[in-house]
Design a protein around this ligand. Structure first.
Ligand code: THU
Length: 167
């Protein structure tokens, strides 16, 4: 894949083509969905800031709770290969072979996105006619995130110092 977000400016038309291509990869990934229980087939294509793309599908399990969503499959594949910076994800899903409305990411997947992505991370949802685009901060406005824990750690450290040094 020749996408490289860091190295060149991208005009509007090129941007549109990029997302159409990303959506096409999500549609392709959806074909591998393992969904014998819900019959909802979901595909995702995750664009890294270095231009590489990782795809994923949902993988269901007879114990239901062990099911993995398409978005998390894509993220875990990418992170497990060393990727840490992400620009956008395209998601498509629906019952059986159909795409009707958009298929928004579940709360757990949004939380996984939050771990690695900035507020402006783009989430492209395929519907029958159009691609709906959101940012992560739109879909998860008030979130628990890595910074939340860092702040807590700093507070704990300062409290500890003030106790030890009688500040
Ligand atoms: N699913 C996803 O793949 N992504 C989501 O964000 C929501 C739900 C899958 C899980 C399950 O296999 C099926 O859709 C029905 O919930």
């Amino acid at each position: 894949c020749d996408w490289n977000l860091d190295k060149r400016e991208i005009d509007g038309e090129e941007m549109m083509n990029r997302y159409e291509e990303l959506v096409a990869l999500a549609l392709e990934a959806r074909e591998s969905a393992y969904a014998p229980y819900s019959h909802f087939k979901v595909g995702a294509a995750l664009l890294c800031k270095d231009g590489s793309v990782y795809t994923g599908c949902n993988v269901e399990n007879a114990s239901f709770s062990a099911t993995n969503c398409a978005e998390r499959t894509a993220f875990f594949k990418a992170v497990s290969e060393g990727k840490r910076e992400f620009a956008a994800i395209a998601i498509c899903g629906g019952k059986g072979g159909n795409i009707e409305g958009s298929f928004p990411p579940c709360g757990v997947c949004r939380q996984v996105m939050r771990e690695f992505c900035e507020d402006d991370f783009e989430i492209h949802l395929l519907t029958k006619e159009v691609i709906e685009t959101y940012t992560l901060s739109q879909l998860l406005p008030v979130s628990f995130q890595p910074d939340t824990i860092k702040k807590e750690d700093t507070l704990f450290f300062l409290t500890l110092c003030s106790i030890i040094f009688h500040l």
